[in-house]
Design a protein. Structure first.
Length: 382
């Protein structure tokens, strides 16, 4: 079973949050660090700087993953109990200060409900792990550029690692746990039900892919899709032709009430960031409606194509929380425990889209393009 946490780090953002401390002053300022033990051990560094009054600034670094910092929400202390959240990561930390106030013994909690123990130690500058330096800002690729992968490596995924994600870091683009079907879905903006005539291994064999474009600059989403299209043709020998069929679809449109999306205007030229951080929990930043429709609803969640009829042209920040139906996530949601009657149980996706975003998602039948596979083969050697 694939993991529900599917991080998509395409353009991360850094902010700073003031940290309010309740009660007497607590010596939190300085550097704290610890190792989060998961499938891969991750070293975390938390830097807390005291500001005026009884406030602090806290920034977390996952130094084995990225030089980016992630800001905490208001950080409150009650006696020896310490809590803060990192909303951009969808996690919360709750810990207890040791008697000498040099250690925090706590728990790293994801919004999905899963948790891991995490101990943090207060360390001196000499003993702290160095935070990697951020890469020099790269310029966007020329809008009229048509890139391919200059160099790419393709290898079978680790059979014990069921995660699936893609990431653009600087000019390096990577995909983990992708089937050829997933690549076609991503590259051609189709749903898996729109792929006709492919052999079974196209939907089952997973690969890890890393490469860089052969054109200077950071590629846009359409340019990345062009790169993947050419990779499919060159390394997987994909050939196909298009046809049309009337298919069951979903239509995303404006609701009758007010729109409940926050317009993101500070990053108009940057890539989107979104992540499914648990079954039915989506955090999105700088995401357009076509990206939400094709890359999330159609590409990850729903069992049929999704048509965007919102006519919305801005980029948005939003969080969406719902209770998945058995057919969602390629049928993997059927393995989840059935929903309860508790008052805080999230609504269905259809109600959540209306109540939390001000949009409408309805089932329909409509003509849709299908991709008929004529030829495809396992990848050639690197």
């Amino acid at each position: 079973m694939r993991s529900w946490f599917q991080p998509v780090c395409i353009g991360l953002f850094v902010t700073a949050a003031a940290v309010a401390v309740a009660g007497a002053q607590t010596p939190l300022q300085g550097t704290w660090q610890g190792v989060l033990h998961s499938k891969t051990d991750l070293r975390l560094v938390v830097k807390i700087a005291k500001t005026s009054g009884a406030s602090y600034i806290a920034t977390l670094y996952s130094i084995d993953q990225t030089p980016q910092g992630f800001a905490s929400s208001p950080f409150e202390v009650s006696g020896s109990e310490v809590q803060f959240t990192i909303s951009s990561l969808g996690v919360r930390y709750a810990g207890k200060l040791s008697g000498d106030q040099q250690g925090l013994d706590g728990t790293w909690i994801q919004q999905s409900g899963s948790s891991l123990p995490l101990k943090l130690a207060h360390v001196t500058d000499d003993a702290s792990w160095p935070v990697p330096k951020a890469e020099e800002a790269l310029q966007p690729m020329a809008a009229d550029a048509s890139p391919s992968f200059a160099v790419s490596t393709i290898k079978p995924s680790d059979p014990d690692d069921h995660s699936k994600n893609y990431r653009l870091r600087g000019r390096s683009f990577s995909l983990t746990g992708f089937t050829v079907g997933d690549l076609i879905v991503f590259a051609y903006d189709v749903h898996s039900t729109q792929i006709i005539g492919a052999p079974k291994w196209v939907a089952s064999d997973t690969y890890d892919i890393v490469g860089q474009p052969d054109v200077a600059g950071v590629p846009s989403i359409p340019q990345i899709k062009t790169m993947v299209q050419r990779l499919l043709a060159q390394r997987f020998q994909l050939a196909f032709h298009n046809d049309h069929k009337t298919l069951p679809v979903f239509i995303l449109s404006r609701g009758t009430g007010a729109l409940k999306l926050t317009v993101e205007s500070s990053w108009p030229n940057n890539l989107p960031e979104f992540g499914i951080r648990g079954p039915g929990l989506l955090n999105s930043h700088n995401v357009s409606m076509p990206e939400f429709t094709k890359m999330v609803l159609q590409g990850m969640v729903l069992d049929r194509p999704v048509l965007d009829q919102t006519a919305l042209n801005a980029r948005y920040d939003f969080t969406l929380k719902w209770t998945p139906e058995p057919s969602e996530y390629g049928g993997r949601a059927a393995q989840l425990p059935p929903p309860t009657d508790a008052a805080d149980t999230p609504p269905s996706l259809y109600r959540a889209v209306q109540e939390q975003l001000g949009l409408k998602l309805v089932a329909a039948k409509a003509p849709a393009e299908v991709l008929v596979v004529d030829r495809v083969s396992p990848p050639d050697a690197n």
